[in-house]
Design a protein around this ligand. Structure first.
Ligand code: ZN
Length: 316
């Protein structure tokens, strides 16, 4: 089959820089700085954010202001705010703060899950039932996220059937959206195909989201593979914020401006204006006080032309 036939016309880009990015950055941002960055992204057309995580403030100081940040953005209309929650207490805090969706997360690797939340996969999934009950009738959407869905830095390959079983458990909890997280950048195009095709078989009601890290430089290649399979939901972080706690010096998520550049050039509608997204990336760079890994925010869109006369003059 010609892959072009299944290419989506429209793609939803969820900005995860405020959560996944900042959680893995040494620089702590204040609530007002985070809010300013969110507003710049909203001005560019971003309509969905994974904004924060209602984890213990002691465990993740970078996200200790979760409720304050949601409150600081309350006046913004037409945007969906999602937040990670690790447990029932976190879900209660997210509910009180007024997010639109909570994301429950578990690793597809026992070792990674134990390191992350100190319990095995089955115990994590069993604990989600209480959260699903809490959310019932609240109007707040329950979503799932599967970390290390393409490989684990401790265990190596991750069996696609484990990913499928977890996805089905999320569907049973009422989830329609589950993201496959490439936590340490181990995804490859064949693994993307294998996982998406398996999910279509075992969890056909699910609309999967792909979440790639650019750790090994093929984040956008994996996006292309997802697009060719018709996947229309991707997560990225502005500037490529973030890193990987298990791979020092590694780059973070696929950068939002690089992703939107690719999608725009492919003729796929994202509702996001690239020039304004680059402005948001420049603000992120300024706030973090360092050069970020994204490329399009440095080079500009492809028809950004150099001033020939100025370059010649500069060369003397
Ligand atoms: Zn991630």
């Amino acid at each position: 089959m010609n892959p072009q036939q299944t290419m989506p016309e429209r793609v939803l880009v969820t900005e995860v820089g405020l959560r996944d990015g900042l959680q893995n950055e040494p620089t702590l941002l204040g609530t007002q700085d985070k809010a300013a960055l969110v507003r710049a992204l909203v001005a560019a057309g971003v309509r969905e954010f994974e904004l924060t995580s209602f984890v213990s403030p002691r465990a993740v100081p970078a996200l200790a202001d979760a409720a304050e940040l949601v409150a600081a953005l309350r006046d913004i209309q037409g945007v969906r705010w999602t937040a990670l929650v690790p447990n029932l207490r976190g879900a209660q805090r997210a509910l009180e703060a007024g997010v639109d969706a909570v994301v429950l997360f578990v690793s597809a690797s026992q070792t990674h899950n134990a390191k992350n939340v100190n319990r095995d996969i089955a115990t994590s999934l069993a604990g989600f039932a209480d959260i699903a009950r809490l959310l019932e009738g609240s109007g707040i959407e329950l979503r799932g996220a599967i970390a290390t869905a393409f490989g684990c830095p401790f265990e190596g390959d991750v069996d696609v059937r484990v990913v499928g079983d977890i996805a089905r458990a999320f569907v049973d909890l009422g989830a329609r959206h589950v993201s496959l997280g490439d936590t340490t950048g181990m995804a490859t195009p064949p693994l993307v195909s294998e996982r998406i095709l398996h999910l279509r078989e075992v969890a056909p009601t699910l609309s999967p989201t792909l979440h790639f890290h650019n750790t090994r430089g093929i984040g956008l290649v994996n996006v292309m593979q997802g697009l060719s399979l018709g996947v229309a939901r991707y997560e990225s972080s502005i500037g490529g914020l973030g890193g990987c706690p298990f791979a020092p010096g590694a780059t973070g998520n696929v950068a939002s401006e690089d992703l939107v550049y690719l999608l725009t050039e492919m003729g796929i509608d994202t509702g996001i204006d690239l020039a304004r997204l680059i402005e948001a990336a420049q603000l992120a760079t300024q706030l973090m006080g360092r050069s970020l890994p994204a490329q399009v925010s440095k080079a500009g869109p492809r028809l950004t032309l150099s001033d020939h006369a100025a370059v010649a003059t500069a060369r003397g």
